[in-house]
Design a protein around this ligand. Structure first.
Ligand code: G3I
Length: 302
């Protein structure tokens, strides 16, 4: 049984991975995705720099490819990501008035999310907007619009695809423990925004861990999951991971009722953004590593 099949038998929606056109056209990699994963997340093809490098000139080639591949192969998709300060083209960074930035956000979110309406399970509408002290990261979005850019982006997203679950996603939110300021800050802001009627459905915790942090995931994720209707681990990888690190991290989601799924950030170590650090579940020979078997054993017995 695959981890995805075990996840589904435990009431979860998916066990997913990140990919893009190059990795889906790689036969060995795509066979693993077909057999072992239930959801794919575009690693880079959904980012602003890829989608709208010049204003109102949209390039959906690689994201179309991924969404079509997922549909053909019966896989769910997590959309990643519309509003993010990074991988953001200069023309957006240089905007200097509120009205222009508002309509630019609305246009980008509407066109990207609207194109795939009905085909995407979840969207990371806003990515990495918090700083390490739990406040708003300084970006063109927060400098011009304050926290209102969150409402602007989520309202446009809801209109563009009423069926998609809309997520706010961030890193360093489950690594440092449940009292870490970024974790409590995210939970507090999201509760406030949901209470104010902003259509946020879920909190995504990326979970790019380093060794020794896995024990912090369960209590931190519990705090975040209590702040929204649903939650997910969205980009899991673990530097020099032991099998136990993987089990502790992924079991944390399985143990929380409204945690709907886990995405690992790639299939094979050499294809990871952290290629040098042994972070994923498959090795360079496309074989499963000990963490994979440990997950099947532990989760399969639940
Ligand atoms: O595709 C170009 C290629 O044409 C060019 O020759 C080459 C030379 O630099 O760059 C290639 O693009 C790179 C791209 O990955 C595809 O490999 C970019 O430079 C590189 O910056 C990009 O890195 C990605 C990074 O996000 C920045 O967007 C990583 O693959 C991706 O794993 C990483 O993912 C992020 C999540 O989106 C958000 N959370 C953190 C996570 C890890 O950083």
């Amino acid at each position: 049984k695959s981890i995805d099949a075990i996840f589904k038998s435990l009431g979860k929606q998916y066990f997913g991975t990140a990919a893009d056109r190059n990795l889906l056209n790689n036969a060995q990699n795509s066979e693993i995705i077909k057999a072992d994963f239930g959801q794919i997340t575009p690693e880079n093809s959904g980012k602003w720099q890829t989608i709208e490098a010049t204003q109102n000139n949209f390039n959906f080639n690689d994201l179309d490819f991924l969404v079509n591949w997922a549909q053909t192969n019966g896989k769910l998709v997590r959309g990643h990501t519309t509003v993010w300060h990074s991988q953001l083209p200069n023309w957006v960074d240089q905007i200097n008035n509120k009205a222009t930035l508002t309509s630019v956000i609305q246009n980008h979110v509407t066109k990207e999310i609207g194109r795939y309406a009905g085909k995407i399970l979840q969207w990371d509408v806003v990515n990495e907007m918090f700083d390490e002290s739990g406040g708003l990261r300084s970006s063109v979005f927060s400098r011009l619009l304050g926290e209102d850019f969150v409402r602007i982006a989520f309202e446009a997203a809801r209109k563009a695809d009423p069926a998609a679950k809309l997520y706010i996603n961030d890193y360093n939110t489950v690594e440092k423990g449940a009292s870490y300021k970024k974790t409590t800050g995210m939970a507090t802001y999201v509760k406030k925004w949901i209470a104010a009627g902003i259509p946020i459905d879920g909190i995504g915790a990326q979970a790019h861990l380093v060794a020794g942090e896995a024990g912090n995931v369960a209590p931190s994720l519990r705090l975040l999951c209590a702040a929204a209707p649903e939650c997910a681990l969205t980009e899991v990888d673990i530097v020099q991971a032991s099998a136990n690190d993987y089990v502790n991290t992924i079991k944390a989601c399985v143990d929380i009722a409204n945690c709907v799924g886990v995405t690992v950030w790639g299939v094979r170590d050499p294809d990871s953004w952290r290629a040098a650090s042994n972070p994923l579940l498959f090795n360079s020979g496309y074989s499963t590593k000990p963490a994979y078997g440990a997950l099947v054993q532990t989760l399969g017995a639940m």
